[in-house]
Design a protein around this ligand. Structure first.
Ligand code: GRG
Length: 296
């Protein structure tokens, strides 16, 4: 793939994912919970996680259709983490994906339940909708997904993140822990699950883990930079929150320019980790570029 073809690739994958997501949840009794789940799942977002999953599957010669159920599940669990992150007990935010947050529309109780329901449904969706691979592969995918979200992953990162609010003495090691868990673990699961569904071996998973850990950190550095440099309108979420919460961030430790350079260095590491795959790795290379060059 040429870099000039990447915008069309991204737009096509996003449309495919959104069409698949639209078919995951049917509104039935009690309507409010299904509506709340659909609200946050379908109001937008870059769909980066499902696209990474599909790209990893294709890198190893798999069919996108085989990975689509897992791609949707990854977006469901990501969306649930956003719903819960926005709650008054966490970030207490009013804006997400350019729209009022779930609890602002449906109230706190339903927002908590919509997040819980999306989390449970994601696992059901993988277990019941994945076709074209052995049950052993589906079980490994479920294990990767659970590990990424449990206290070993996203939740552990969130716990340390909450504890470090208002703590200007937070050091680089703690910041690294927060982001490799809160953001990186799920991005890692996207590519490892995609690789498993594409027929990948353990050696493929190792290369892809290095790729994901590098882009995960680069993603977070860029997130920290955008929190300072972009507007709420541009981001679709409240900008400038890190300063208000007195959070230590990469730009606050290193400055904006050094942070940008670090993000670019990490993209180089990510690309190098896939050097054995030749041109087949181009979509993942361009996705890494997109992560650092994005403006939202
Ligand atoms: C995981 C069970 C469980 C509970 C949630 C609240 C929480 C525990 C964790 C917080 C996780 C979190 C919100 C991490 C931030 C990750 C991040 C940078 C999100 C923004 O991702 P984008 O920019 O968003 O890809 P879009 O809207 O484009 O999908």
């Amino acid at each position: 793939m040429l870099s000039s073809e990447f915008p069309a690739y991204l737009a096509t994958r996003k449309a495919e994912v959104e069409s698949a997501l639209d078919q995951t949840i049917t509104v039935t009794y009690p309507e409010v919970i299904y509506e709340a789940m659909r609200y946050s799942l379908l109001i937008g977002g870059k769909r980066l996680r499902p696209i990474l999953c599909l790209a990893a599957c294709e890198l190893l010669g798999g069919e996108r259709a085989t990975a689509m159920a897992t791609a949707c599940a990854l977006e469901m669990v990501h969306t649930m983490s956003l719903i819960h992150d926005d709650l008054p007990a966490m970030d207490n935010d009013d804006l997400r994906r350019g729209k009022p947050t779930n609890h602002r529309v449906y109230g706190e109780a339903i927002a908590i339940l919509a997040g819980d329901a999306l989390l449970a449904y994601a696992f059901e969706w993988v277990a019941t909708q994945t076709q074209g691979v052995s049950p052993a592969v589906v079980l490994r995918v479920i294990g990767e997904l659970g590990h990424a979200f449990a206290a070993t992953g996203v939740i552990g990162g969130q716990v340390v993140d909450l504890a470090s609010e208002g703590r200007p003495d937070t050091n680089l090691e703690t910041l690294h822990f927060i982001h490799t868990h809160k953001t990186g673990a799920l991005l890692e699961a996207c590519v490892t699950c995609g690789a498993l569904l594409g027929g990948g071996q353990d050696s493929d998973l190792e290369h892809l883990r290095t790729y994901a850990q590098s882009i995960g950190l680069a993603f977070q550095i860029v997130d920290d930079i955008l929190d300072v440099t972009a507007s709420s309108e541009q981001l679709g979420k409240t900008a400038g929150k890190d300063l208000v919460a007195q959070k230590v961030t990469y730009p606050s430790l290193w400055g904006l320019e050094a942070s940008r350079q670090k993000a670019y260095d990490l993209v180089t590491v990510a690309k190098d980790s896939l050097s054995g795959y030749g041109d087949a790795a181009h979509p993942l290379h361009y996705l890494a570029d997109y992560i650092v060059e994005r403006d939202r």
